[in-house]
Ligand binder design. Sequence first.
Ligand code: MLC
Ligand code: AMP
Length: 459
Amino acid sequence: MANAGIVKGDRVIFQVKKSPEAIFLYLACLKLGAIAVPLNNSYTASELSYFLDDIEPGMVVCDPASPIIKDKLLHARDRTSLLTLDEHGKGSLFKNADNFSHSVQVADVIGGDVACILYTSGTTGKPKGAMITHGNLSSNALTLKQCWGFNKDDILLHALPIFHVHGLFVALNCALLSGTPMIFLAEFNVDDIIKFLPRATVLMGVPTFYTRLLSHPGLDSSTLKNMRLFISGSAPLLKEVSDDFYTKTGHRILERYGMTETVMIASNPLKGERIPGTVGQALANIDVRITTEDDKTLEVGATGNIQVSGPNVFKGYWRNPEKSQEEFTKDGFFKTGDVGFLDNKGYLTIVGRSKDLIISGGYNVYPKEIENIMNTLDGIHESAVIGVPHPDFGEGVIAVIVKEKNNKFDESNLKSLLKQELATYKVPKRIFDISEMPINVMGKVQKNSLRDKYRHVFE
Ligand code: MLC
Ligand code: AMP
């Protein structure tokens, strides 16, 4: 990368499959002080075009099958180097590496310098790049290593994608900092997890990992003989899943809470009481408070907005100072958009979200982004996207539409159209056609009433 002229502050986009070489790429960015921008492998050409425009990368590394190459998305950006990396670690990125100097100087970075930008969508439907600093990463990794007792005798079973906080900053950084070997799986597949669990000591996953494991006949004591810790996060872990897992395995899953903008915020303890339904206590040096809409701190037990401050909190949104300012209080707390309460031991319970967000299998889906696209499609007058209970993904995305007069409704055709624009996990699993949207006195669609109506769709 240094040989390609990448210097401190340059952005390096990567949209690559999971491989050890992808980790080397991430680490090379950190070493050079370049800003790593990992992107979800399932993004479509139109999603990717937005990120390329917004980030103006100095380098793009992608899988040979990425739309960046197939659809020539970099055509007009002749100053950006384009390199490839496939799932076997092959491609132009490492092709001539032997001819290059191996002694690259570590860049002079300070804690406040941006290490990575991760995109999160938003209530407006436009993704925002969260600027995560070297200080955010190092403070969080050090805290988590300590909190979860990571050490070099552990073996981490890594089956998460490495383009999000969970797989990249929580799982990978913890392992790297602790010298912990990993069984590094290309993706989550429940049979592979069962196969490799006997060799592992720690598994990290989203709740879907645990519901799938619970229904696997191979989950028994011989599979778990070396396991010391199961960690869950990114989405709510149902108390009944936690209890069933405990009954079946004797392990109480450790649930923790975080988000892209804050990395990890709170965790149940390694030693001490893990309370299902809560996400535990604030991590060391992190302040969590519950507030009213006008940012006044509420007393223990009262439900309100969850706000966070500490060395884990990001620097702001890339090229979006207004949005950054909006999301912070006057005294510097970040507004998470989650709603919850603290108990008298400091355990946090999340009861909902003030943001219109669906979390499906650990992936965030912002209804507005899908509605914006659906509303432009021929024949659709109005649309509303909601999340309803889903046995595998926790929440499943569905859409409700009102079609234009005399138009025919074809659910599978609509889904195919959406697949061209949106990553597959965002595409509604079901689309329903109704004659009129339920609206309130302010003229706003009553999503609660739709959620009630369709809550049994996936049963
Ligand atoms: C895949 N699909 C999904 C989906 N994952 N649909 C909705 N939600 C999801 N999460 C689509 C597939 O494209 C496919 O569509 C169909 O659903 C069936 O897919 P599958 O084979 O059952 O899914 P699978 O490939 O097994 O993936 C499921 C999964 C994966 C749970 C393993 O989604 C996953 O790895 N999730 C983890 C996400 C994550 O890392 N989140 C952390 C964000 S960081 P079709 O149309 O092809 O049939 C964060 C902060 C924090 O939140 O606190 O950690
Ligand atoms: P993301 O923007 O992808 O980083 O997702 C962050 C969001 O995931 C948070 O704001 C929460 O709403 C949710 N989240 C993460 N961990 C948990 C958890 N353990 N329980 C409930 N929600 C969670």
